[in-house]
Each structure stands twice: as structure tokens, then as C-alpha cells.
Ligand binder design. Structure first.
Ligand code: ADP
Length: 394
């Protein structure tokens, strides 16, 4: 069975074509920096590698590019769109309605649209991906795996806000949690590696979006993003935690419109707002040249993560391992070093030379004998989605 996975992020699409049940990857790739004149399109099979930098201004254009790569007469892997049996879509916000892998229906699409204000960078892009895929791959089954699903186990103590009760009970205002597919995948890998009956893990997903999850015995018990994927850590363009009174000040005193505030918090803040760059590679390069704003932004980013490590260690009353994953978590030795330094009180000791090594598989970067394991684990949301889609279809 050929399952195509489409994973649309805020400015990227990652895709993989897998042959299930063996999970053999037929091809994979990504479109990064969507919206820019220098978007990077990559495509890889066992025999070919295609990389191109050119303008890709929308997710729709990105998906058209992916389809033409799959069908290409020289480097493609399918003869017709009918060769695809099913498509697995990642959708970021499923609200309280969807906690399981779901077949796409008109009702589900309406719900995804209605949740768009809560995930403005993602749900519209996810829905566009579904609509395009239905058009292009019209004979394939379309399935959805929601990012919120893994966090259904967060206890009420952690997911309820201290607001009037009816807002929780009637209006479903609560913390939902995101990046669930990634946190689930890497925490399962960590649990296999640790081979212990009971574990207390902190999973740190650092990509364009960033989040941190406390995971006890394989279950999500707390998470940094809340009602929408905007709370918590400093991200590429999102502020993460701020005092909500700033929003009232911006509107009532500075005269900003609510749309402007929304755009400012989601698209112009975070590392971009602090430095003028949102790609961590650019920020690290500038910091290396002595750019003070970039140095401060990296320190602030790491400091926020440290605070969550402290909070989640307290909430679980212990810690066996910290997992670093996603673009930054897997690749930035500098961020990992900044996060882990000066945490001896928590038995966290990073080995600087192991931290510098690059590998595409799970690796341990703590010093020998350190009580808390520090693990770099490449995430594979696409494989996790394929497994769930295959399970439902069969
Ligand atoms: P998304 O949230 O869109 O899935 P990714 O997980 O692909 O994002 O992560 C994107 C981030 O990873 C970008 O900020 C990018 O700069 C960063 N990144 C990728 N490779 C490296 C690297 N070698 N060093 C530092 N940061 C990197």
C-alpha cells in the first residue's frame, strides 16, 4: 500500500511516500521557506536527488511542485496519481473533537476551518493541503492525524485555566497541546532506548514552532503550548509566553487593531522580532560575528526552555531523560549547550564533544554516568502518521 504523507508546517511542507506495512521510503523531501523568493525544494529517492532554490509563494504552489516531482518522467516514482492509495495529512488543531486518526469528510473540513483562528499559521495551510490533495489524488483515501491527539492524557490540573468554570465546561477553553505526533514518536524511541518500566521524560521539539512536553510512563502530562500553538517557548516568529495585559495595552493605549496584534504575536515576534532573522542558522552565524541582538535572543530562548525544564521536573517529581528533536533540537549544538549549561542541580551534565558530533540516529550527549540522559532523537512525524493511517485502513 502506497501512503503519501503531507506534513505542512507554518512555512514548510515535508513529504514522504512510504510503502506499508514495511515502511519502506520510496521518496521523501521538503519545501522550506515557503513564502520567500528563495524557497528550497528537495526530493530524494534511492537513485536520484533533486534540489532547487526558487520562489514558492504559497503552500498550494509547494504541493504542485511535489506532485510534479513524483510524476516526473525521469526521476519520478509513480506513473499516475492513482498509484497513491492513501494520503496522511498532519493537521495541527483538532480541538476537543478529534483525538484519533480520522477520515476526511466535509464535516471534518468544516471543523478544521472553524479552528483556524486558534492555529492561524497552520490550520489554513493544512486545509489547503487537504483540498489540493483531494483534487490531485482523487482516488486516494484522505486521512488526518491531529497534533493535539497525543495530549489527550494531560490531567485537568494542568490543562484547565483559572478562568470561570463555564469557559472550560461549555466553551472548551483549555490547553490542548501540539506537536503531538513528534513528541509521541521520539518519546517512544527514548523509552525503547532506556528500557525501563517507568520513565519521566522531557521532550523538547525545536523547529520553526517550538514546544516542550512532560511525559510520564509514555503519556503526555503537561505541555508548553496551550489553547493555540502560540504559548510557551520563544519560536521562529511567535512570542511564546507573554503577559496577556500587553495585548490590552497595545489595543487600548497604543491603538493597534486586534488583527495587527494577532499578526504581530504570531508572525513578527519570537526570534524574528528579536533579531530580524527567523532561521536559526542565520542567527547563529550573526551571533558568531558578535551581533549583540542575536546573542541575547539565543540566551533568552535557552533561558525560557530552562525554566520549563525546572517546572516539569517538579511536576513529575523527577527526570530520567531530556530529548532534543526537530530542526534546531537535532542540529544546533549551540542551543543544546546553552540549554543544558548550569543545570548541575538537576543532575544535567552535557558532554561538549559528544554534543558536537553529528548523526542521523538516536545519540546520547550527557557525560558518562550522569543521572539524567540527554538524548538527540531525530523526529519522524511522517512515519508515525503512516503507521497510524495504515492501522486505521487495515
Ligand atoms: P518546522 O517547524 O517547520 O517543521 P523544522 O523542524 O524543519 O521546522 O526546523 C526548522 C528550524 O531548524 C529552522 O529555524 C532552521 O534554522 C533550524 N535548523 C535546521 N538545520 C539547522 C542547523 N544545521 N543548525 C541550526 N539550526 C538548524
Amino acid at each position: 500500500m502506497n501512503i503519501l504523507i503531507i506534513n505542512s508546517g507554518s512555512s514548510s511542507i515535508k513529504y514522504q511516500l512510504l510503502e506499508m506495512p514495511l515502511a519502506k521510503i520510496t521518496c521523501l523531501g521538503s519545501i522550506e521557506r515557503i513564502g520567500s523568493d528563495e524557497a528550497i525544494s528537495t526530493y530524494k529517492t534511492d537513485t536520484h536527488k533533486v534540489e532547487k532554490t526558487y520562489p514558492i509563494l504559497s503552500h498550494k504552489a509547494g504541493l504542485e511542485r511535489i506532485t510534479s516531482l513524483l510524476l516526473d518522467s525521469e526521476t519520478g516514482v509513480i506513473n499516475s496519481t492513482e498509484d497513491i492509495d492513501a494520503i496522511g495529512h498532519r493537521v495541527v488543531h483538532g480541538g476537543s473533537n478529534y483525538t484519533e486518526t480520522t477520515l476526511v469528510t466535509e464535516e471534518v473540513k468544516t471543523k478544521i476551518k472553524s479552528l483556524s483562528p486558534l492555529a492561524p499559521l497552520h490550520n489554513p495551510a493544512n486545509l489547503e493541503g487537504i483540498l489540493m490533495a483531494e483534487e490531485i489524488f482523487d482516488s486516494a483515501k484522505q486521512m488526518i492525524v491531529f497534533d493535539t491527539a497525543f495530549h489527550g492524557t494531560i490531567p485537568v490540573t494542568a490543562k484547565k485555566y483559572a478562568l470561570p468554570n463555564e469557559l472550560f465546561e461549555d466553551k472548551r477553553i483549555q490547553a490542548y497541546g501540539f506537536h503531538g505526533t513528534s513528541h509521541k514518536y521520539v518519546s517512544e524511541k527514548a523509552n525503547e532506548y532506556l528500557n525501563k518500566k517507568h520513565t519521566k521524560l522531557i521532550s523538547i521539539h525545536l523547529g520553526n514552532g517550538c514546544s516542550i512536553t512532560a511525559i510520564k510512563d509514555g503519556k503526555s502530562v503537561d505541555h508548553s503550548m496551550g489553547f493555540a500553538p502560540s504559548n510557551g517557548l520563544v519560536m521562529g516568529t511567535r512570542s511564546g509566553d507573554i503577559d496577556h495585559s500587553i495585548i490590552f495595552y497595545m489595543v487600548n493605549t497604543l491603538g493597534y487593531s486586534l488583527d495587527k496584534v494577532n499578526e504581530l504575536l504570531n508572525k513578527k515576534s519570537g526570534m524574528l522580532g528579536l533579531t530580524g532573522f527567523n532561521d536559526l542558522r542565520d542567527i547563529e552565524e550573526e551571533a558568531g560575528k558578535g551581533n549583540a541582538q542575536c546573542i541575547l535572543a539565543l540566551e533568552m530562548n535557552a533561558y525560557r526552555i530552562k525554566k520549563y525544564i525546572g517546572a516539569y521536573t517538579a511536576s513529575m517529581n523527577g527526570l530520567d531523560a531530556i530529548i532534543f528533536t526537530a530542526g534546531i533540537g537535532e542540529n544546533s549544538s549551540l542551543m543544546r549547550q546553552l540549554i543544558c549549561k548550569d543545570l548541575e542541580y538537576f543532575n544535567i551534565y552535557i558532554d561538549d564533544s559528544k554534543n558536537e558530533l553529528r548523526a542521523s540516529t538516536l545519540r546520547e550527549i550527557n557525560t558518562k554516568g550522569a543521572k539524567v540522559k540527554l538524548l538527540v532523537i531525530p523526529t519522524n512525524e511522517e512515519l508515525e502518521i503512516a503507521k497510524q493511517v495504515y492501522k486505521l485502513l487495515t
